[in-house]
Design a protein around this ligand. Structure first.
Ligand code: MN
Length: 137
């Protein structure tokens, strides 16, 4: 099936740099659209995942909003089934809720990540989403 947009390049915003920390499985890219040190206190990043890529389980002390800009991905909160999310979906992630997000196995995926209530604290990174668990989705 032809994709209307080539997500391997960029969707709307620049793809940015490949993420090199240990909190992701598979290739993911980040472009900060509003930097963390902006006086507006509202960091906004464009995150692009290759098929199969996802972040580790994590919690945002002040919550997070995801605006899906392309492709098909997953969002899962601990204890709940993974939700399939697509371009145009908005995900409101409450403070301190353990979750992960990433691409499906056969699609690139891009979202804008907005850090909310950043005065409440940092992101806490937890264990990876194992291949065993991911492959069952
Ligand atoms: Mn998150």
């Amino acid at each position: 099936m032809a994709q209307a947009k080539n997500l391997a390049e960029s969707v709307i915003f620049p793809k940015g740099q490949k993420i090199t920390n240990n909190y992701f499985i598979g290739g993911a890219w980040l472009e900060m659209l509003v930097p963390a040190d902006s006086p507006l206190n509202c960091p906004i990043g464009n995150v692009t995942f290759e098929p199969g890529a996802r972040n580790n389980w994590h919690k945002h002390a002040g919550g997070q909003i995801l605006l899906v800009t392309g492709g098909t991905g997953y969002y899962q909160e601990e204890g709940k089934p993974a939700q399939v999310i697509r371009e145009g979906d908005v995900v409101e992630i409450p403070s301190d809720v353990k979750h992960w997000h990433g691409a499906t196995a056969d699609s690139w995926f891009a979202h804008i990540a907005i850090s909310t209530n950043i005065h409440m604290g940092e992101t806490e990174w937890l264990e990876p989403v194992t291949d065993e668990a991911y492959d069952q989705l």
